[in-house]
Design a protein. Sequence first.
Length: 132
Amino acid sequence: IWKEMISMDPLSIDAHRNLAFLHDETKGKKAAYEYLDEICGQFPYQFNLQLLRISWLREEKPEVTENICRDLLVPYHCDARIHSELAYSLFKQRKTEEAEKEIRDHLRKNGIIFKEPKITDPKISAQTLPEF
């Protein structure tokens, strides 16, 4: 039924999501990844399909997610979800400084000023402050 839906609407996110789940259940995660890679290759700048792909790859393949996000930032450079996913993929790869810079730069570009906390009490050191 999902393939029939896709033949009528090739960009149906629900149908692609369910087909990916079907591949995962019957053939394994690798088959689901391959299916999503194939579909996203056909529609490389279809935003919602790429987000679906990212949601599948986020935990297990952060280096692939990073590349997808960087590609999507070309046409969708202002989208906060892509910047957030990029920062998360960097974090998952233990590139914490780069992840933090990504978030801060995106906030700054969108007019959100991120001020560093001021330490006024000498008993409080920088090590006791939470990380942002």
